[in-house]
Design a protein around this ligand. Structure first.
Ligand SMILES: Nc1ncnc2c1ncn2[C@@H]1O[C@H](COP(=O)(O)OP(=O)(O)OP(=O)(O)O)[C@@H](O)[C@H]1O
Ligand SMILES: [Mg+2]
Ligand SMILES: [Zn+2]
Length: 250
């Protein structure tokens, strides 16, 4: 029936008619090359697949504020400013050098100092500038997703959840911390970290656990153990961001 004929999507790219290829004539021969729209579409898909939480999509390295203002800064404020500037510099450096950078990044720090902001900014930049496949996981959400696969009526397997976590070129593991660590959690983290380490895949980690805390059990070592801490330090450049909670700055 004529009324049922599917409407054709209008052509988006006039250059290649949406085929992604352009035919060029060179020295009397025809050669094909990728159309610019192909990369643009690929990057759009990489961004859509990166699982970046909505509330962090605005985060870029450019809008990461390192200026705490005021001429008469206390020593502490100045220290904070240096710490923020260093964190941003490390992030910019990582993107600039990628894929030559040997190590991932590990940002430690208290609540609201901008760890997740930087991690998201880095992967958005890597996708936009270099077309690198990246994925973002909140560590707690990841554990919940894995746990859900253990139920007998789960439609997907544990491997399906773990595959992108192990294999994506860049993984952000956000929010290591803020909960009690069970042996299963530690084993899962060890497995993920070791697999990625063996394949030389870079990981960007953020954590509320610091190297020093009043109670030793609350330190990074106290939470995840000496071996795993040592592995993380081996595979990442580590920086503690010292500062105030940005959410309370205003
Ligand atoms: N230096 C900064 N410049 C601009 N925005 C910032 C900066 N630091 C933090 N923010 C913003 O403040 C909010 C909180 O930052 P973010 O979530 O990155 O902190 P966090 O260190 O990850 O905290 P948490 O430990 O609670 O996870 C975000 O909306 C982020 O964009
Ligand atoms: Mg965070
Ligand atoms: Zn095109």
């Amino acid at each position: 029936m004529p009324g049922d004929v599917k409407k054709k999507r209008p052509v988006q790219c006039q250059e290649c008619n949406d085929s992604g290829w352009i035919i060029e004539e060179k020295d009397g021969f025809e050669a094909v090359k990728r159309c610019d729209c192909f990369q643009a579409r690929r990057k759009k898909k990489l961004l859509a697949d990166a699982r970046i939480p909505h509330r962090y999509r605005h985060c870029t390295l450019e809008n990461f504020d390192t200026n705490l203002g005021g001429k008469e800064m206390s020593l502490n404020l100045r220290k904070n400013q240096v710490s923020l500037a260093m964190a941003r510099e490390m992030s910019e450096d990582f993107v600039r050098k990628y894929p030559k950078e040997e190590k991932g990044l590990f940002f430690m720090g208290n609540c609201g100092v901008g760890k997740t902001h930087l991690a998201v900014a880095i992967i958005q930049d890597l996708i936009r500038k270099k077309g690198v496949p990246c994925v973002f996981y909140d560590f707690r959400d990841l554990l919940s997703e894995i746990k859900a696969t253990y139920s007998s009526n789960s439609p997907i397997s544990e491997n399906t959840v773990l595959m992108p976590v192990l294999e994506k070129e860049i993984l952000v593991l956000d929010e290591l911390g803020a909960q009690k660590v069970t042996e299963w959690m530690r084993d899962t983290l060890t497995y993920i970290i070791n697999q990625r380490y063996n394949e030389k895949r870079k990981t960007i980690i953020t954590s509320n656990w610091l190297d020093e805390a009043e109670d030793e059990d609350d330190t990074l070592t106290g939470r995840i153990g000496y071996r795993l801490r040592s592995r993380l330090f081996e595979m990442c450049r580590v920086w503690e961001i010292v500062g105030e909670d940005y959410r309370r700055r205003e």
